[in-house]
Design a protein around this ligand. Sequence first.
Ligand SMILES: [Zn+2]
Length: 123
Amino acid sequence: MSQNITSSKALEDYEMEHRALAERLSKIGFLWAGSINHRYLKCGNPRCACRKDPDARHGPYTYWSTKKAGKTISRKLSGDEAQVFEQWIANRQELKQIADSMMAVSEQAIDLILKQKKRRTEP
Ligand SMILES: [Zn+2]
């Protein structure tokens, strides 16, 4: 009997944890694929130092890239664009982190839930 109380308390804890995660999930903003990277580039001036010296290259320039159908797509971003893309990508990463945590909590809860079901159906 005392074991049943302990396990239903544990199950309550898992449910609470799961609800808290679901609440965070409901507040997630827009999502964006891919990642941001910064590049230093050579310019078109043949006499510019950037032609020979990697340290003299221009930048950093902010790029967004992702893979679509096996091909990498890249796009140079303005400062404003970079801000939005970075936030939305961070949202996507947070979404994944929350989903992973929900999976972990579910994995912990499954045995207790199945045991509880079994107890209810047993005569
Ligand atoms: Zn240059």
